[in-house]
Design a protein around this ligand. Structure first.
Ligand SMILES: Cc1cc2nc3c(=O)[nH]c(=O)nc-3n(C[C@H](O)[C@H](O)[C@H](O)COP(=O)(O)O)c2cc1C
Length: 192
């Protein structure tokens, strides 16, 4: 297992969504203390859009979905992470999270973060009735199904979970959370 970081970091899970992918990678690039967790589809889709999954942020670690039991979840129990971001989150991953399934790396980190009371911020792909989304070679119009929208809506009610609708709101939510974490660290240092 990896050495424990000096202070808790941000865990960022990327799933196999073209929608909002570029915007999410842009945010990840600018972050300092972030480790990336790819779903199997996430790793593939990132490549399809012309990116190297290992080259998004050179300052952090990269975990890929290779094992049945998702060993990196142990890092959440060890205290390596203060928060989890799942962005972009596919219809598939959101549906599994809503059902409480944990059969892949990304659904496992969401489930285990919850069990460790680590807050999660989710950027769901399916928040609008109609979206224009980038395929690798063109823009396509899609109409998320009622069930997809219902899952996104239901996830909002889950504990330790914030669901955001677009990359601007995602960035704002991350900033708020990072400020909170910094303030907590200052408060702890002051009580020593
Ligand atoms: C190029 C490409 C773009 C895709 N974009 C989306 C998307 O925007 N939203 C979505 O829900 N699924 C999208 N998919 C389908 C998912 O990758 C697929 O459902 C996959 O099983 C999701 O697995 P994951 O949730 O474990 O990442 C895309 C697939 C491809 C090949």
């Amino acid at each position: 297992m990896q050495a424990r970081p000096d202070k808790p970091r941000l865990a960022w899970a990327v799933t196999g969504s073209g929608h909002y992918l570029e915007e999410c990678l842009e945010i990840i690039r600018d972050l300092d203390d972030v480790d990336i967790f790819y779903s199997r589809a996430g790793e593939e889709v990132v490549r399809m859009y012309g990116h190297d999954p290992k080259g998004i942020n050179h300052k952090g670690r990269v975990y890929r979905d290779r094992a049945a039991s998702s060993p990196p979840v142990g890092l959440f129990y060890r205290g390596d992470y203060h928060s989890l971001v799942v962005a972009p989150a596919t219809s598939n991953t959101v549906a599994k999270m809503v059902l409480g399934l944990s059969d892949s790396l990304v659904t496992n980190v969401y489930a285990q973060a919850g069990k460790c009371r680590i807050p999660s911020i989710i950027l769901a792909c399916d928040t609008e009735q109609e979206i224009d989304t980038p395929a690798p070679d063109r823009i396509v119009r899609v109409w998320p199904r009622e069930i997809d929208l219902a899952h996104t809506h239901k996830l909002r009610s889950y504990e330790a979970t914030t669901v955001v609708e677009n990359p601007e709101k995602l960035l704002a939510a991350i900033k708020v959370r990072l400020e909170e974490v910094n303030q907590q660290a200052i408060d702890v240092a002051e009580t020593r």
